[in-house]
Design a protein around this ligand. Structure first.
Ligand SMILES: [Zn+2]
Length: 58
């Protein structure tokens, strides 16, 4: 599970984080989380790109 992202990386105060086997899987889960927990209605390309660039490879 080498691709990691934490909500805190995006400046959020919640402590959700993900560890997935592909960047796309991380982006998908982060997008669902933002819509559910942060009331983000639309996941823009800019946001998806930000998440992709912020993903840590471990
Ligand atoms: Zn969050």
């Amino acid at each position: 599970m080498p691709y990691e992202f934490a909500c805190a990386d995006a400046g959020c105060t919640c402590n959700a984080s993900w560890s997935e086997s592909s960047p796309d899987a991380v982006v998908g889960k982060v997008a669902a989380h933002l819509q559910e927990k942060h009331n983000v209605k639309t996941i823009s390309g800019t946001l998806a790109n930000f998440v992709t660039s912020a993903i840590r490879k471990t």
